[in-house]
Design a protein around this ligand. Structure first.
Ligand SMILES: *[C@@H]1O[C@H](CO)[C@@H](O)[C@H](O)[C@H]1NC(C)=O
Ligand SMILES: *[C@@H]1O[C@H](CO)[C@@H](O)[C@H](O)[C@H]1NC(C)=O
Ligand SMILES: *[C@@H]1O[C@H](CO)[C@@H](O)[C@H](O)[C@H]1NC(C)=O
Ligand SMILES: *[C@@H]1O[C@H](CO)[C@@H](O)[C@H](O)[C@H]1NC(C)=O
Ligand SMILES: *[C@@H]1O[C@H](CO)[C@@H](O)[C@H](O)[C@H]1NC(C)=O
Length: 348
């Protein structure tokens, strides 16, 4: 197919007016319509976590936040976006710490500056290093709330890692109670969308193709629904161009990279995508990024529990009331709102 391009090609061909579609890119930099005018992705931007984070700060009435990040473009631009959004909501980011490889000084600074609500952005390997330091600095427990990214392995804090010298018990103690946000990549509803497959049927087919390989050890397994929906987005968009092109006396078969008429029709068709995929409802925002729900979980007694969903296009938080707070089990007033997230709703 002619528009499933590699990221590298994006940079090589900025002048090419050919729609480009990705299923695995989360970098906020790709939301720049000046630099990437024809880019679409079925994977949401990493900034999609931020409206959810701000929603939770507001829900829990927190007005001062600290952050710690690994120095990497994707985390830096995500935090820049968070800073803008918190500012708008009247919430202050009072401490912003970063580290390249050794988080110990950054964690010490958080402690010294009395950080309490801390958003941590780093990859899983660094997360273990951070929480070993968090254990040593005692930057956990009832006075602290950590917000992490939800895509680590479920037992990430217990995985044996020669770069840390904390025990699994110490790590388990330090991570207890943290909150994660995660992009929903598999439709939780049982609906037959464009492909006439439910998300479960899609998974079953994928598993049988894997022939017994462990999904946990299969790179890209989690994102597979996004790749599948990217192909559908493309197919539906191409199909949608047939009528308009015919009206102009053109056919898709006449496509070449210099033909502006045809590429403009494909762009318009992708831009107005709206269908039920195996990853959920597929729509793109004005920057071409996928809009999706986020899932909020909390680590309770060493395992993750789903505590809510957030639909940022509607500002709609579906809350289960399952959140637990160390040493404050009863003092939190939880607004019970027993909504089952209705994932199939149209988002625009
Ligand atoms: C862990 O390593 C640090 C520095 O590498 C050292 O200062 C500390 O004593 C070690 N702790 C244990 C329990 O081995
Ligand atoms: C959709 O799938 C169901 C179950 O496999 C099947 O019964 C039905 O005929 C399919 N519909 C279409 C339009 O293919
Ligand atoms: C493809 O386009 C035709 C009109 O050109 C439309 O009737 C048909 O429903 C479309 N197919 C899908 C799967 O959307
Ligand atoms: C694409 O959609 C956005 C809104 O999501 C709109 O602002 C823009 O004008 C559309 N572009 C085209 C070429 O239709
Ligand atoms: C919010 O989501 C719930 C289900 O999760 C739904 O019942 C409700 O109508 C939604 N509210 C809005 C304003 O979309």
């Amino acid at each position: 197919m002619f528009v499933l391009l590699l990221l590298s090609l994006l940079f090589l061909s900025p002048h090419l007016f050919s729609p480009q579609l990705s299923y695995g890119s989360s970098s906020p930099a790709l939301s720049n319509r000046q630099r990437f005018p024809t880019f679409f992705r079925t994977h949401p931007s990493a900034t999609l976590h931020n409206p959810t984070r701000v929603q939770l700060f507001q829900k829990w009435k927190w007005t001062k936040i600290a952050t710690i990040q690994q120095t990497t473009e994707v985390f830096t631009s995500t935090l820049d976006d968070l800073e803008a959004r918190t500012k708008e909501a009247g919430i202050e980011i009072s401490v912003r710490q970063s580290f390249l490889t050794d988080p110990a000084p950054a964690v010490k600074n958080l402690k010294r500056q009395d950080a309490r609500i801390i958003v941590g952005l780093f990859y899983e390997t660094e997360a273990r290093k951070v929480f070993c330091e968090v254990y040593k600095e005692k930057l956990y427990g009832k006075k602290y709330v950590w917000f992490l990214i939800g895509w680590y392995a479920d037992n990430w804090f217990k995985i044996k890692d020669p770069s840390i010298n904390c025990t699994a018990e110490q790590m388990t103690e330090a991570v207890e109670g943290h909150v994660t946000t995660e992009i929903v990549m598999l439709n939780p509803e049982t609906v037959r969308g464009a492909s006439n497959l439910t998300s479960q049927e899609f998974l079953n087919q994928l598993m049988s193709k894997l022939g017994g390989k462990n999904p946990e050890e299969t790179g890209g397994f989690q994102e597979a629904p996004l790749a599948y929906d990217a192909v559908w987005a493309l197919a539906l968009a191409l199909n949608k161009t047939v009528g308009p092109l015919k009206a102009k006396g053109r056919r898709l078969e006449d496509f070449n990279y210099n033909n502006r008429d045809i590429t403009a029709e494909i762009y318009r068709a992708l831009n107005t995508s709206s269908f039920e995929g195996v990853s959920g409802h597929v729509v793109f925002d004005a920057q071409g990024s996928r809009m999706a729900w986020t899932l909020i979980e909390q680590l309770q007694g060493g395992s993750y529990k789903k505590i809510g969903y957030f639909d940022s296009t509607k500002g709609n938080l579906s809350w289960y009331g399952y959140d637990r707070w160390i040493g404050k089990t009863h003092s939190f007033i939880i607004v019970m709102n027993f909504c089952i997230p209705y994932f199939t709703r149209r988002v625009n």
